[in-house]
Write a protein that binds this ligand. Sequence first.
Ligand SMILES: NC(=O)C1=CN([C@@H]2O[C@H](COP(=O)(O)OP(=O)(O)OC[C@H]3O[C@@H](n4cnc5c(N)ncnc54)[C@H](OP(=O)(O)O)[C@@H]3O)[C@@H](O)[C@H]2O)C=CC1
Ligand SMILES: O=C(O)C1=N[C@H](C(=O)O)C[C@H](O)C1
Length: 293
Amino acid sequence: MQVAVMVNGLPGAMGKEVAAACLRRGLEVCSVGLTGPQVDEESVDVDDGEGGQAQTIRLVKGPVTGAGDEECDARLQGLVAGYRDSGTRLIAVDYTHPTAVNPNGVLYARHKMDFVMGTTGGDREKLLKDVEEAGIYAVIAPNMAKQIVALQAGLETMAGTFPGAFEGYNLRVVESHQSSKADTSGTAKALIASFGTLVGKPYKVEDVIAMIRDREGQLEFGVPEAGLGGHAFHTYQLLSPDGSVEFQFRHNVVGRRIYAEGTVDALIYLAQQHGPDKKVFNMVDVLKAGAMK
Ligand SMILES: NC(=O)C1=CN([C@@H]2O[C@H](COP(=O)(O)OP(=O)(O)OC[C@H]3O[C@@H](n4cnc5c(N)ncnc54)[C@H](OP(=O)(O)O)[C@@H]3O)[C@@H](O)[C@H]2O)C=CC1
Ligand SMILES: O=C(O)C1=N[C@H](C(=O)O)C[C@H](O)C1
C-alpha cells in the first residue's frame, strides 16, 4: 500500500528535519501540516537538505487552544477521505509541543489516523488510552535515535534481569538541551525508570535530575558553540554509598538528524503493521524488529 506522511509541528526544528528525511528516503510528504498557535506563516518550504527534492507545505493550526479546531477538523476530514479513496495510508508524525500531545492524540483518534509521536511530555497514560480506545496504530517514543534506543532497551533488560544490583548507589542525572526546550527530557525520564529498578527504589525525576538550558552552563557542560541551537547531552552517574565506585552512562547528540532518520524507520515499520493484536508500539519494538537502519 502507498503511504503519505503528514508532518505536524511545522515550521519547528524537528518537523523540518523529519520532512527532509522523508524526502531523502522517498516517502510522499502530505502538502498540508499542522502548526502551532504562535506561527503566522501560511506555508513553509521544506527540502531534503541535499539540494534535491523540495516542496511547499500549507499550514493549518493544530488543536491547542480550541480556537481553529473546526477548521483543523474539516481539513483533516477532507485529507483523510481523499487519501483513503486513492488507496493511500496517511500517517501523521507529531513533533509539536508538550501541551499539544493530548489534544493532537485525541485529534488523530477522532480521525482514525495512525501516527508516530516523537513529542515528549503531556499525559502519556491518557495518550495510550486514547489511542487504544480508537483502535489506531501508533509508535510513541521519547527518543528515535537508534543507538539511544539500544541503550534504553539494554538498561531495561539489565534492570529486569538484575533488579537491585546497584542497591545503595546514588543516581545523579544532568541533561542539557537548547534553551527553547519546553520540558524535562523524556529520554532521561525513561532511563531514570530503569535506574530506579537497578537501585531498587523508584525515583521522582525532579529529585535526581539537573537541567541545563543556559548558554554558559551548556558550554561548560561540553556543548560545542555550533550545537547550542540543537543538542541533547545526557550524563547519568551512579555512585556507590562510600563514593569509591562510580558508573557513568553518557550520550551526547549535536543536531537532530539522527532522530529524523529513526522517525522514518518508525514510519516504514508502522506502515507494515496491519495485525489486530498489537497496535501501539515504542521504538524498542521497532529496533527489536530489525527495522532501524
Ligand atoms: N522523540 C525524539 O526522538 C525527539 C523528540 N523531540 C521532541 O519533539 C518536540 C518538538 O521539538 P522541536 O521540533 O525541537 O520544537 P520546536 O519548538 O522547534 O517546534 C515545535 C513546533 O510545533 C508547533 N506546535 C505547537 N503546538 C502545535 C499543535 N497543536 N499542532 C501542530 N504544531 C504545533 C510549534 O508552534 P508554536 O511556536 O506556535 O508553539 C512549533 O512550530 C519536543 O517535545 C521535543 O522534546 C525532539 C527531538 C527528538
Ligand atoms: O527536545 C529535544 O531536542 C529532544 N527531546 C527528546 C527528549 O526530551 O528526550 C529527545 C532528545 O533528547 C532531543
